[in-house]
Write a protein that binds this ligand. Structure first.
Ligand SMILES: Cc1cc2nc3c(=O)[nH]c(=O)nc-3n(C[C@H](O)[C@H](O)[C@H](O)COP(=O)(O)OP(=O)(O)OC[C@H]3O[C@@H](n4cnc5c(N)ncnc54)[C@H](O)[C@@H]3O)c2cc1C
Length: 344
């Protein structure tokens, strides 16, 4: 089926959902396509403690609020649906998915980034059999067991903190002699009684039978190889941008594959915008959300020719305020003690 719309947003993480809230609210017909889980990386974040307005909120809870907001504003969300090809150079942009073809005046790319792999023997073989890239998704399988988290940044540390509540023993394997994570997170992890840091250490291989049993490690200072017994390995060593499709369609990317944008979040192709982790820089929710707002405003300018030019031609935004109030009440009931108030 071919569907014509004003804007297609590719990716349903914080950037995509925010862009949708804005374009929909501005009156543009907006279709958001998400291949896996709405919320993107936030949906798998154990907790978020630096998104303004929330002292501490579980990632899935924040995701729920983003989705409710986007749906209330009228974003048509297609999930699960995977974008498999793009034709972006013409005036009408074509977005091909595994289910439909979409034609749009503007496309906003918010495909985020994916976990980097260790690329060591055993990683592929034991993926899903002890090797994991998501503590929230898989942590419960390792209750009372011994695991290793590989990495030293914020992601590795927040994943490790989540796991410390579940596992008997946790090794944090890091190639440097200190964690790069925020001080507050780092301290909390290193103070946990079941955490054993292995500094200046890299993974050489993952061994097992039907499931993971051992990690083969190299101590970089002593230049010695040694093994530890583990039931699981959580890999958290950084990200690579999901920009391959965009690049194939002619969108310029930098040497690391991040989409190049200007201050209006415009790419090199007219009518094509990018926001969030896929553009690199500081990869945080607040940044993704901010960039998405700019991208949405730029897309609106492009589609309408400016606020005053064709605004009347666009459909009036229909917000179901009754539905919104019911949702507001439900949230208030659930979180009476929270500082958060859903504001109309
Ligand atoms: C464990 C963890 C903890 C974190 N903690 C924090 C924190 O405390 N504070 C903070 O600010 N940030 C945190 N982050 C980072 C934050 O989650 C990201 O910066 C943010 O999610 C980026 O949003 P995004 O929308 O750009 O990309 P993403 O969240 O990566 O979303 C991109 C979406 O695009 C989809 N997609 C990709 N390709 C396609 C395709 N071809 N078709 C359809 N859909 C596609 C993906 O499935 C994904 O859902 C954390 C991340 C992780 C993993």
């Amino acid at each position: 089926m071919t569907v014509r719309t004003h804007v297609v947003i590719i990716g349903g993480g914080p950037a995509g959902l925010t862009a949708g809230i804005y374009t929909s609210r501005l009156g543009l017909d907006t279709i958001l396509i998400e291949k896996a889980t709405l919320g993107g990386q936030v949906a798998i974040s154990p907790f978020i403690e630096n998104y303004p307005g929330f002292v501490s909120i579980p990632g899935p809870e924040l995701t729920k609020r983003f989705i409710e907001h986007a749906e209330t504003m009228g974003v048509q969300i297609k999930v699960p649906e995977t974008v498999i090809d793009l034709e972006l150079k013409g005036e009408v942009k074509k977005v091909y998915t595994d289910k439909n073809t979409y034609e749009a005046d503007a496309v906003i790319i918010t495909t985020g980034a994916s976990r980097r792999k260790l690329n060591v023997p055993g990683e592929k073989e034991f993926a899903g059999k002890g090797v994991s890239y998501c503590a929230v998704c898989d942590g419960a399988f390792f209750k009372g067991k011994t695991v290793a988290v590989v990495g030293g940044g914020n992601t590795a540390v927040s994943e490790a903190l989540h796991l410390t509540q579940l596992v008997r023993k946790l090794y944090i394997v890091h190639r440097r002699d200190d964690l790069r994570a925020e001080v507050a997170l780092k301290q909390r992890l290193l103070d946990s009684p079941n955490v054993v840091p292995l500094w200046n250490t890299i993974v050489e291989a993952i061994k097992g039978d039907t499931v993971v049993r051992k990690l083969v490690l190299r101590d970089l200072k002593k230049d010695e190889v040694f093994e530890i017994d583990v039931d699981g390995v959580f890999v958290a060593i950084g990200y690579a941008p999901n920009s391959q499709l965009a690049a194939k369609a002619g969108v310029l990317v930098d040497e690391k594959g991040y989409i190049i944008v200007n201050r209006k979040q415009e790419t090199n192709i007219k009518g094509v915008y990018a926001a969030g982790d896929v553009t690199g820089g500081v990869m945080q929710i607040g940044v993704a959300v901010g960039e998405a707002i700019v991208a949405a405003m730029s897309a609106f300018e492009h589609v309408t020719g400016g606020w005053y030019a064709k605004k009347k031609a666009l459909k009036a935004v229909k917000i179901d305020f009754e539905k919104l109030k019911t949702k507001e009440k439900a949230i208030e009931e659930k979180e009476k003690k929270s500082l958060f108030k859903f504001k109309l």
